[in-house]
Design a protein around this ligand. Sequence first.
Ligand SMILES: Cc1cc2nc3c(=O)[nH]c(=O)nc-3n(C[C@H](O)[C@H](O)[C@H](O)COP(=O)(O)OP(=O)(O)OC[C@H]3O[C@@H](n4cnc5c(N)ncnc54)[C@H](O)[C@@H]3O)c2cc1C
Ligand code: SF4
Length: 500
Amino acid sequence: MNAETKHPREESAKARLDRMPSIRTGDDYVDSLRNRGVTVYLFGETVAEPVDNPMIRPSINALKATYDLAISDPDLATAHSPIIDAPVNRFLHIPTSSEDLVTKNRMQRRMGQITGTCFQRCAGLDTVSVLHSITYDIDQKHGTAYHRRFLDFLAAAQRANIIIGAGMTDPKGDRSKRPHEQADPDMFLHVTRRTERGIYVTGAKAHMTGGLNSHWIAVMPTMNLGEEDSDYAVVGLVPGDAEGISYIYGRQSCDARAFEAGEIDKGNARFGGQETLTVFDDVFIPWEHVLMDGEYEFAQEMVSRFTAYHRASYVCKTGLGDVMVGAAAAIAEMNGAEKASHIKDKLVEMVHLNETIFSSGIASSHEAKPLPSGAWMNDSMLSNVCKHNVTRFPYEISRMAQDIAGGIVVTLPSEADFEHEIAGPILKKYMKGKDDIPVEHRQRMLRLIENMTLGRNAVGYLTESLHGAGSPQAQRIQIARQMDAEGKKKLARDLAGIRD
Ligand SMILES: Cc1cc2nc3c(=O)[nH]c(=O)nc-3n(C[C@H](O)[C@H](O)[C@H](O)COP(=O)(O)OP(=O)(O)OC[C@H]3O[C@@H](n4cnc5c(N)ncnc54)[C@H](O)[C@@H]3O)c2cc1C
Ligand code: SF4
């Protein structure tokens, strides 16, 4: 069968991506998502055009900002790719030095400052980074051709400048059981059949960040696997609009405010995050896009490498932390409380916690080492420490921001009431803080704090900080694995003068 007669399902990534106009600006990106015909469920209905949906659009805007940053600050958000020998968006660049990873962290912090939410593009970057090395290692052991397939895909992806979504987390069913032990085999995505031309997979990927906003999805195992789980040891690259894929949109606290008139009560009207349950119903993946099929012994290492990258990527939350500190300082001024010593001290504490997160993440990048494939990988201990800090400190920072804001952060009447003929003037009188500050400014700042600590972007600032890239216990397991208690005991015994 030649390229012209190939069924679209079998079309190579290169052919498909070469046909796609290369995305340069944020507006190009938004246009690229139109008319894809993807099946999306939201509020019990299918969404005709996600790009124009008021609840979905803020999440698209956050990704759009990754393209705009590459134009406004190319030193930060682009890099030279040796794979295509050209500059590429840093969100598609395989790190080839510790400096690459450090700059990536700085870019992530900047993106967090700009959007105040999860900008959804790092999970895909960390996935391609780990695929670079893991496909290389599998080939070395098994004589497979995964690395070459991966490089072909990545070269086309870099040229087209696409978004890649990361589908790692399976629904998992009964957590005490392995994939092959589950009553329903689809609780983990798995290969259902193999043909001469490729494989078919069924299952779902949960909580997928920016799932619907991605052009391609990389699916991969979520945990270590044994021989009986071989059919679950699958890595594949799939177009986001492939036949058999559907998306069920995740709700977020206060999300229905997106449909209200006015923008103040939205807190952050422009930007939001997105997670979907992404369902794979007998989805075909041609061999060219299969990067693991049955090599179960690499699943654990793949997850470990992914988390080494991704848990340091959580420095993104320090950008949101910068916004939170700014909001707390601003509301203190608006309330006339900024000179109180305990307020100043709380702001210092917030900054201390935020910078502690950044220190561990960026240290993990500075300590990166090369892998046999040539990709550089974060120091795993420090990246796990970074993510573990992230599971706690944003909650403490948010608590202090709410403390400084006052109870009005949760009792503020609606924007519509501020505009009401009778209630409006009353509210504008009683909701005033300092005389020289417009009431609307106070309203907006309170709504932003509400948005990030209780509303839509509390997903991106808080609960994603807790569970994204693995719940807290997952980091403690990694820290325990690497803590070298025996080595440390030896240090103590030597100094204590204990000889065996
Ligand atoms: C906002 C957000 C964005 C995310 N984005 C992505 C993404 O883009 N791609 C992706 O692949 N994943 C993504 N994730 C998934 C994330 O990695 C998972 O949420 C995380 O791994 C926890 O899995 P779970 O949510 O199924 O929790 P559960 O597995 O239900 O865990 C709940 C609790 O039970 C504990 N637990 C679970 N199993 C066991 C066990 N066997 N033994 C002992 N304790 C156990 C956990 O430690 C935790 O405390 C995202 C998650 C969130 C919340
Ligand atoms: S949680 Fe942070 S690291 Fe992960 S995709 Fe969102 S912004 Fe990027």
